[in-house]
Design a protein around this ligand. Structure first.
Ligand code: SAM
Length: 411
């Protein structure tokens, strides 16, 4: 079978057409046995994409997985690997089948793909990860180590110095005959772990097609980089919107995608024609770059038991306790703002949100500037620092007054 194409049909049939030992990597992201129909609208709302994730029984579902795994095992080269994407619904069942088809000894990793979620309508822990099982066909599998940066708490200076055991077996820095510390070979960073924090595609990401359960290209890039080299062949028997093939093409690998839905095949082909890959600002810049509150602002928010809000010009936080089931936004007056400016910004950020009650924390004595030209339900409270300053000024004034009375009375 030729590569670099998307094939429509049941992968159990189409895989039979693939030659033995011809593929370097099989990644697949089958339905997860949710017993639901997954459906979403395309970006321009013109089309609804859907696929069925309903099976007569768990056994029927696992039969499909086992069959596809057997074909994957057959078509993989001896240096090849399979990465199977699933979630808590059936991961435990699937792992047993993987052991059976690929052998327990060929288990390499259980990758946890972790991402942020914000809400949880159900009782229980917020589900914020999926699992990718990585099995190799043989012990002699292809593996490219990816290195990541050291954590902020790592003292890189120490890591770069060679260590040895002293006569008591204690690890000490190695020194040369002159007593100087011996530097080790250059370090490339920390080898990638099996927990991957890669953001889910946000609803506005250009890469998002509207295909339900579409995975981010960044996730596939990582898998493909680990298990293949340029020119290698990547196979995805449940390719959906074609994410794996887009990633493979982007990384100069060959690909074959299969999906039983014609809509998926058309979508994958159109994505391959016009590749859109959304860079993750979160990954590029790091979480810290989003945290723009100063220590002083964080202390003020903590003093009134509020949660900080980042990247919002009009709202700095929300009280942890709601007011009659409605959120209470908080704005802290900045050094370059009058109280009127701060109130106006909070009011603007609150338009149409129906907050009954809002708080501005006044941080400077100056009340100059425009104070509302509109009805406002903003409550102004003074920061502890401002209160302390005002008390100190009052007590100095009082002392001066006592001093001048005493002076006048000749005491
Ligand atoms: C979870 S989605 C894949 C999503 C994909 N990874 C992406 O990023 O868009 C699963 C896909 O498997 C397809 N599918 C289900 N059973 C299939 C089968 N027996 N043969 C081929 N495709 C199948 C569905 O049509 C669906 O597109």
């Amino acid at each position: 079978m030729d590569s670099n194409k998307i094939i429509q049909g049941d992968c159990q049939d189409k895989l039979k057409e693939l030659r033995d030992e011809s593929v370097d990597l099989v990644y697949f992201d089958p339905p997860f046995f949710t017993q639901k129909t997954h459906s979403l609208k395309s970006r321009d709302n013109s089309k609804t994409y859907a696929f069925e994730d309903r099976y007569n029984s768990l056994d029927k579902y696992l039969e499909l997985i086992e069959n596809v795994l057997e074909h994957s095992q057959r078509v993989l080269k001896n240096t090849g690997s399979v990465f199977l994407h699933c979630d808590k619904t059936a991961s435990h069942n699937i792992r047993v089948i993987l052991d059976k088809v690929f052998g327990r000894d060929n288990f390499q990793s259980e990758i946890v793909w972790s991402y942020k979620r914000w809400s949880n309508s159900k009782k229980g822990l917020l589900n914020a990860h999926q699992v990718i099982f990585f099995y190799s066909k043989t012990k002699n599998f292809k593996f490219n180590t990816i290195y990541t940066d050291y954590s902020a708490t790592t003292n890189i200076d120490q890591i770069l110095q060679e260590r040895e055991r002293d006569e008591n077996g204690k690890s000490v820095y190695k020194r040369d005959e002159n007593g100087n510390i011996v530097l080790g070979k250059g370090k490339k960073g920390v080898p990638l772990s099996d927990v991957w924090n890669i953001p889910y595609l946000n609803p506005k990401a250009k890469e998002r097609t509207g295909y339900p359960t579409q995975k981010p290209v960044l996730l596939l890039n990582q898998i493909i980089r680990i298990a293949t080299d340029e020119g290698d062949l990547v196979l995805d028997p449940f390719c959906g919107s074609g994410t794996t093939c887009v990633s493979a093409k982007h990384l100069k690998r060959c690909y074959i995608g299969i999906d039983k839905s014609m809509d998926a095949v058309n979508l994958a082909n159109s994505r391959l024609g016009e590749m859109v890959i959304t860079e993750s600002e979160l990954l590029n810049k790091g979480t810290e770059s989003y945290l723009e509150k100063t220590e002083k602002e964080l202390a003020i928010l903590q003093s009134i038991n509020a949660i900080p809000v980042q990247r919002n010009a009009g709202i700095d936080g929300f009280l942890r306790e709601q007011n009659k089931d409605k959120p209470v936004p908080v704005k802290i007056q900045r050094e370059d703002e009058t109280l009127g400016d701060a109130i106006e910004k909070l009011e603007r950020a609150s338009i149409g949100k129906g907050y009954d009650y809002k708080i501005v924390v006044q941080t400077s004595e100056s009340v100059a500037g425009r104070l509302f030209g509109f009805e406002s339900n903003v409550q102004i409270i003074k920061s502890l620092e401002l209160q302390a300053k005002e008390r100190a000024q009052q007590s100095t004034k009082a002392q001066r007054a006592v001093g001048s009375i005493a002076g006048a009375a000749g005491i």
